[in-house]
Design a binder for this molecule. Structure first.
Ligand SMILES: Nc1ncnc2c1ncn2[C@@H]1O[C@H](COP(=O)(O)OP(=O)(O)OP(=O)(O)O)[C@@H](O)[C@H]1O
Length: 357
């Protein structure tokens, strides 16, 4: 069965003064209709470039070198700009981190949403206005009738993000690509917006590709997720599997950065080291310089995604995949970490191994 979105072997590069940055390297994943699919990884992993590539929004000095982005079976990368624009306006909507910048400052919030409604539904302005007010109300903007006439600068950050979500929904899309939609918001507002997104995906049956550097956000919101490192996918799994039984040492490290109830830590990265220089990525497994379990083989061989149970190469349809030599019997010492969950809270309580950093 064809998934709603199928990205295959996507490779995107930027020509910079310092050299060529391969921001996304041979990336393959799928998003099923109606599901919330998370893309997680540290800054520079290639999450935003992957999200933008889905919409053909890679600008100079970037280019998509190869791959396919099939939306309902049609390759978006082979479409011309006007075809793409109509898919973007109609079937795929975008929500960005900086909601205020995404809104036009010279029109009221209501006017700009009503304009897309009018265009999309080919209805008259009164109908568009009513529908816009209902949408503003649905995304939790209080007193939506009055807020319709507010300019973006008159709304708080959280309210602006609600407005852009209303805007995204106004074209009744099949897919919303949300790139760090809550990173600029404080934690309480973030939680409310994520709850809203979850409710709306159920209610409108829309799929979401949710990009975040925060595995806590992804774990709380998504059905499945892909973990990215240095332009590549290192693990894909249903969210419970990723959370309770991470197969890649990098995912396990990200897990330990999820704040736990009562431990007072903020979201500090606990994996030692930093993401590699994108112009000069490490040989072999790109994570090996930071991996506590790395062996000599890891410096030579870049593992591809495989089913961790069988070691068989993963395809776009594989539900569980990890890219570590461990799963093709390539490690002598193996992986030595464990994840223990405090049953009472469902939070991560203890971890073994060296991956805590
Ligand atoms: N316009 C650009 N010109 C040059 N390099 C770019 C450009 N946009 C992205 N890159 C590079 O591509 C790589 C991936 O960037 P991307 O923004 O996708 O990462 P990310 O995982 O979304 O992280 P962040 O959360 O920091 O945005 C990075 O090394 C980045 O420097």
């Amino acid at each position: 069965m064809t998934a709603l979105l199928e990205v295959e072997d996507l490779t995107a590069r930027f020509d910079t003064d310092e050299g060529i940055v391969t921001a996304v390297d041979g990336l393959s994943y799928r998003v099923e209709a109606g599901e919330t699919f998370g893309v997680v990884g540290e800054s520079g992993a290639g999450k935003s470039v992957a999200a933008r590539a889905v919409l053909g929004l890679i600008d100079d000095p970037g280019r998509i070198e190869r791959g396919e982005v099939r939306f309902k079976g049609e390759d978006l990368l082979s479409m011309d700009e006007s075809e793409l624009r109509s898919v973007r306006g109609d079937r795929i909507a975008l929500v960005f981190q900086d909601a205020r910048a995404a809104l036009n400052p010279v029109y009221t919030v209501g006017e700009q949403i009503a304009e897309t409604v009018e265009h999309h539904l080919e209805c008259d302005p009164e109908v568009a206005r009513d529908r816009t007010i209902r949408l503003l109300d649905r995304v939790g903007i209080p007193d939506a009738d009055a807020r319709y006439s507010d300019y973006p600068h008159e709304l708080s950050g959280g309210m602006c993000q609600r407005a852009t979500i209303a805007m995204a929904l106004s074209c009744e899309p099949d897919l919303i690509v949300a790139d760090e939609p809550t990173s600029a918001l404080d934690v309480t507002v973030e939680a409310r917006i994520l709850d809203l997104l979850a409710d709306l995906t159920d209610e409108f049956g829309v799929a979401v590709q949710l990009v975040s550097h925060d595995l806590g956000v992804i774990a709380g919101t998504c059905d499945r997720a892909m973990v990215m490192y240095a332009g590549e996918a290192v693990e894909t799994a249903a969210i419970e599997e990723l959370y309770y039984d991470p197969k890649h040492p990098y995912t396990a490290g990200l897990m330990s950065a999820i704040p736990r109830v009562g431990d007072g830590r903020d979201r500090l990265p606990t994996i030692p080291g930093t993401t590699p220089d994108p112009i000069d990525v490490p040989s072999g497994c790109r994570f090996h310089p930071r991996c506590p379990f790395a062996e000599e083989a890891c410096t030579r061989r870049n593992p591809s995604l495989v089913d961790p149970e069988t070691g068989e190469p993963a395809t776009i349809g594989t539900d569980r995949a990890a890219a570590c030599l461990e799963y093709t019997d390539g490690l002598e010492g193996g992986l030595d970490y464990s994840v223990e969950i405090d049953g009472a809270t469902g939070e991560h309580a203890e971890r073994g191994g060296d991956c805590d950093g």
